[in-house]
Design a protein around this ligand. Structure first.
Ligand code: SAH
Ligand code: SF4
Length: 357
């Protein structure tokens, strides 16, 4: 038997694994609890398993989480970790503390193939998909690092990568986030953000009930084709149909639409009115994101007044609209700034360098 990293398995996967070694499926829930609730990574401490089973697991399994190699803490308390996935690949993961919650922004891929023109991850290109253990491992490593001091209450799949292009691994990781024997987060507190991979959105609606956020950024195909190039493959009418299907999953369910505010590009009164028309038949919430610049980005953020005016037009049309507060700006931890490699620029702000980096 080849070595199995137990962090690669959600409950179903782990049940199948235990059955395959002649054990009862309920061993899965016991082990999940040790891993994620007790943070135990030594099989000998899993005292409700028989000695023989522990020996078997020691021989054939690992508990292998990725390692945090650097930590930066912004003046607003936001933390950005660079997490080492293998000798060549690093991703970034951001923790945003608020009074009543702590949100972890998790990456799904090293880089991203979709090349949205306003996103630094997209400009960097694609390297590889993360494994389930590398996705849930971000939560595992982050909660370990935070200790009892702060709790992760919400997860957003809004770090590096397009989560729906790494479908199976992301679903398994989200299953673990919501599993009562693992992290037990409610489906309202786990959000997947997609740029609009329509066929995978249909599969998601069937596979896993989490909150959906869609990166819209433009209300017409002409502009969206440029900003979010995957729109050329799955245009707005198909995207909106997939959103409507998702919204039907539960009564009072809404889809969140993200809209990055780009000066002179998508922020006019006419753009706001086009947005209202587009979202007319969908239970929608809008989240306006001030554009976060990065080196060589060719866009500017809309002015505060423009964003306010844009918001007012939407709110007056009864669209629930919020403006995302930018967090962690001084450490390049804001939306779209995650690049996943240690650059000289980020080293300048480094407050704490952990052992092993
Ligand atoms: N690939 C997924 C999830 C990761 S991006 C997606 O595109 O939805 C998370 C969010 O940050 C998306 O809404 C994305 O459009 C937005 N974003 C990307 N670059 C940005 C930037 N430079 N400034 C502000 N938001 C950005
Ligand atoms: Fe990829 Fe999302 Fe960035 Fe587009 S916005 S390049 S889909 S990470």
């Amino acid at each position: 038997m080849s070595t199995v990293n137990l962090l690669d398995l959600d409950r179903k996967g782990m049940e199948a694994f235990f059955v395959s070694i002649g054990e009862k499926p309920f061993r899965a829930t016991q082990v999940l609890k040790w891993l994620y609730q007790e943070q135990v990574d030594d099989f000998d401490e899993m005292t409700n398993l028989s000695k023989a089973l522990r020996a078997n697991l020691k021989e054939n399994c690992t508990i292998n989480a990725p390692e945090i190699i650097t930590e930066q803490i912004a003046s607003d308390g936001t933390r950005k970790w660079i997490i080492k996935m293998d000798s060549d690949n690093r991703v970034e993961c951001v923790f945003i503390p608020e009074e009543k919650r702590g949100t972890l922004c998790v990456s799904s891929q090293v880089g991203c193939a979709l090349a949205c023109t306003f996103c630094s991850t997209g400009q960097q290109g694609f390297n590889r998909n993360l494994k389930t253990s590398e996705i849930i491992g971000q939560l595992y490593a982050a909660q370990n690092r935070l200790g009892d001091e702060k709790k992760i209450t919400n997860v957003v799949m809004m770090g590096m990568g397009e989560p729906l292009l790494n479908f199976d691994n992301v679903i398994a990781a989200m299953n673990l986030m919501m599993d009562d024997f693992a992290y037990g987060l409610s489906k309202r507190r786990v959000t997947i953000s997609t740029s609009g991979v329509v066929p995978a959105m249909h599969r998601l609606t069937e596979a896993c009930d989490v909150s959906l956020a869609v990166s819209l950024h433009a209300a017409n195909n002409e502009l969206r084709d440029v900003l979010v190039p995957i729109n050329q493959k799955y245009p707005l009418n198909e995207l909106m149909a997939a959103c409507r299907e998702n919204a039907k999953l539960a009564p009072r369910r809404t889809v969140t639409f993200e809209y990055v505010m780009l000066d002179g590009i998508n922020d006019s009164d006419a753009d706001a009115r086009a947005l209202i028309r587009l979202l007319k038949n969908i239970p929608a919430k809008l989240n306006l994101i001030p554009f976060n610049p990065f080196p060589n980005s060719n866009y500017q953020c809309s002015s505060d007044e423009r964003i306010e005016r844009f918001k007012t037009i939407l709110t007056n049309a009864s669209l629930v609209t919020t403006v995302r507060r930018t967090r962690g700006e001084d450490i390049d931890a804001a939306c779209g700034q995650l690049v996943g490699k240690v650059k000289d620029k980020s080293r300048r702000h480094l407050k704490l360098q952990l052992a092993g980096s």
